[in-house]
Write a protein of this length. Structure first.
Length: 271
């Protein structure tokens, strides 16, 4: 038995993701980070919303919540407030987090709730028909953008930092060890941690945009992702067609449940 097998509900496997999907890679990266961090399995909660990515919670052998569309972060906030000792990990997708869940995303970051939020970004609504999401790149095709998207996409890492997250990072399904390390560092942050995991969707996104099969999409990640320290040194013209991965932001600020406990103590003393 491999050391990480205990973290999966074997009776729920094999998973229902399409052949070549990168979500399984990202899910295992989370489990590897949990194992490295040696988190107590009985004190770790996995929360997800709705979408391809959010199926992950059903496969993971923890206390899990598969919640409403876009509502994973407020559910997770409630869990953390009810029991601040729990390790709360949110698994979400590009549509779940930045479209219907966008307001919850920015306010979770603003409050600096001690959550580790991992966004599986496959650039598309994969489960519900291949519609364009707020993270679909300009010009890329989707069922709702058959001639290419004209909607300027969010950069979720910049959005998280601007909203108040105290740890922000990005990696890809190709850079497996790096992705696990980014998640591990986020788990060590006392506050809102956001990790964007770029994952391949060869069926709904790759096929429509002629990006090839899963190996080709992983090759694209290997060729276009640049470690942030190196990316920052590139002249503007050499950044075209590339994107940075690594830690974007890491700081300290009062964590929300800590601040809220002070309110509880003050209210108790005022009685």
């Amino acid at each position: 038995m491999r050391s990480y097998d205990k973290y999966f509900r074997e009776n729920r496997l094999p998973h229902m993701w399409c052949p070549g999907c990168g979500n399984g890679i990202a899910m295992k990266a989370i489990v590897q980070a949990i194992e490295t961090k040696n988190l107590d399995q009985d004190k770790t909660v996995i929360v997800s919303g709705i979408g391809c990515s959010s199926r992950a919670s059903g496969y993971m052998n923890f206390d899990t919540l598969h919640t409403a569309h876009g509502r994973a972060i407020p559910f997770a906030t409630g869990i953390k407030l009810a029991n601040p000792e729990l390790n709360v990990i949110v698994i979400t997708g590009d549509g779940d987090c930045t479209a219907i869940g966008g307001n919850h995303f920015i306010h979770g970051a603003r409050r600096n709730v001690d959550l580790t939020v991992v966004l599986f970004n496959n650039n598309i609504y994969g489960m519900t028909g291949g519609q364009a999401s707020p993270l679909t790149p300009l010009g890329k095709k989707a069922t709702t953008a058959p001639y290419g998207s004209v909607d300027r996409p969010f950069d979720p890492c910049h959005l998280a930092e601007a909203a108040g997250a105290t740890y922000v990072a990005r990696s890809t399904a190709y850079h497996v060890k790096h992705l696990s390390d980014m998640i591990l560092q986020g788990m060590g942050n006392k506050g809102f941690s956001f990790i964007e995991a770029i994952t391949q969707c060869p069926i709904a996104y790759g096929r429509k945009n002629k990006m090839g099969d899963a190996p080709e999409m992983l090759k694209w990640m290997s060729e276009t992702a640049v470690m942030k320290a190196a990316y920052d040194k590139l002249p503007e013209e050499k950044r075209e067609g590339k994107f940075p991965i690594g830690v974007f932001y890491n700081s300290e600020f009062t964590e929300y449940t800590t601040a809220y406990q002070k309110v509880i103590d003050l209210a108790g003393g005022a009685r």
